[in-house]
Design a protein around this ligand. Structure first.
Ligand SMILES: [Zn+2]
Ligand SMILES: [Zn+2]
Length: 437
């Protein structure tokens, strides 16, 4: 402990007040109803579709992402947070889920279990990009992956259907589903050559990034949002005309399955996704109207070759991901609200210090029985306590006063209309249940 003398001599320093780092946001209590709803929809969809939870660590070897997402991808080149550990390992904060889940599938021999393995995850993702609406440096992703088994287009359609259901369950209706096929090892090189030839003829109009990317991966040019490059996309050769027979049949089949479950979609030959590992089906979904500016909601595709790039066998796989904060931004923009906990909460109030003691016991008992009970017991005034109940949107109040204390009863008041009655304490549990029905 410093002596008081030392304290006096300590030079005055300006105490810094902190803000969250750029692009990093707090999840606040006001967001809770959205998070609760989204988490519960994800869990119920996962069990309905037969997906089990997996959570790879947030930190992985950076090389895992170089090898899979692609060294030329924006995710790896510009957006990855990397660090060198004291032990000398070069690690990266997870910029997406797919490589980590694939690594875990291989490492733990999940390929020896029933195939395909259907896995889902939900957790933080980190990308160092320019923060804007719908784009933060830390955000949360919902991720669904189907790995292993045979390469059956029904699984592509299932992933798309699952995410379409996710949006519908959140009351984001009429979303736009864009699909495309980016072929396989046989047809893609041929298409790339045609694409390169096309862009070579228009090289002057390309942005600097694309001029460089043209030599490495011309497909990426279809993904560029720079105005000059955007204008060239329209007339670029269409991959759907150049698919090999197998890829063409695969894609046709995906579309037939989507038709079968009445999911409307739009073919978009410019849709390539920014990551190297995709093959064949790729998809993106957008909210309708202005909310589409927030960016793609669910997006993903097939990635049969990924496992080979990290030392495994050719493994058919398809998956997708959706940002939670982006979903919330769309829900807010569309003014879609969900009842949070308040719908099921009751409020316990007291009048007088004797009643306060007893109220504490009732509180513990009700919570032990699983009721959601709010209180503001530190306030003495009953009016002040009920104001809190009102502010939190709680409809049912339990009020314990001196009179009730002696009569072993409690007042149950409907805060929406002010009607109230005294209920014997031993009947309180039944009374709450009855009113919450
Ligand atoms: Zn092909
Ligand atoms: Zn460009």
């Amino acid at each position: 402990m410093p002596s008081s003398q030392q304290e006096k001599e300590k030079p005055k320093e300006v105490v810094r007040t902190f803000q969250s780092a750029k692009g990093m946001h707090d999840v606040l209590p006001s967001d809770e109803p959205y998070w609760e709803k989204i988490e519960s929809v994800v869990r119920s969809l996962a069990s309905a579709y037969g997906f089990s939870r997996i959570e790879p660590p947030v930190l992985e070897f950076a090389e895992l992402y170089n090898k899979t997402s692609g060294e030329e991808s924006d995710v790896v080149q510009k957006e990855m947070y990397t660090l060198k550990t004291k032990g000398g390992d070069f690690l990266a904060l997870r910029p997406e889920y797919t490589p980590g889940i694939s690594r875990a599938y291989m490492q733990h021999g999940l390929s020896r279990l029933g195939q395909p393995q259907k896995l889902f995850a939900m957790g933080p993702i980190f990308r160092h990009e320019r923060p804007q609406l719908g784009r933060a440096r830390q955000f949360t992703q919902i991720d669904f992956e189907t790995l292993g088994g045979v390469n059956d287009p029904i699984y592509d359609a299932e992933i798309i259907a699952l995410f379409y259901d996710l949006l519908n369950e959140l009351r984001i209706k009429n979303s736009l589903v864009k699909v495309n096929s980016i072929g396989c090892r046989i047809c893609r090189p041929i298409y790339k050559k045609q694409l390169t030839a096309y862009y070579k003829n228009h090289e002057k109009q390309l942005c600097e990034d694309c001029k460089r990317r043209l030599a490495v991966n011309p497909l990426k040019l279809l993904d560029c949002k720079e105005p000059g490059c955007e204008a060239l996309k329209e007339k670029a050769p269409n991959f759907l005309d150049k698919l090999c027979v197998t890829c063409s049949a695969h894609f046709k089949s995906v579309l037939e399955y989507l038709d079968e479950v009445k999911i409307p979609y739009e073919l978009d030959h410019r849709l390539v996704r920014g990551l190297d590992y995709y093959s064949r089906t790729v998809f993106e979904m957008y909210a309708e109207g202005n909310e589409a500016q927030i960016g793609a909601l669910p997006a993903g595709g097939r990635y049969d070759y990924l496992m080979e790039t990290i030392g495994g066998h050719l493994t058919p796989a398809v998956g997708g991901a959706c940002g939670v904060e982006r979903l919330i931004a769309v829900l807010r923009a569309k003014e879609i609200v969900f009842n949070g906990k308040s719908a099921k909460r009751v409020f316990l109030a007291h009048a007088g210090s004797l009643a306060k003691k007893k109220a504490f016991a009732i509180l513990k008992d009700l919570r032990g029985r699983g009721f959601l009970v709010a209180e503001s017991l530190s306030k003495d005034s009953l009016a002040a306590q009920l104001k809190v109940a009102d502010r939190e949107g709680i409809a049912l109040a339990l009020i314990l006063g001196q009179k009730e204390l002696y009569e072993n009863s409690i007042i149950v008041r409907d805060l929406t209309n002010g009607l109230q009655e005294a209920v014997p304490l031993e009947k309180l549990v039944d009374e709450i249940k009855k009113r919450q029905k």
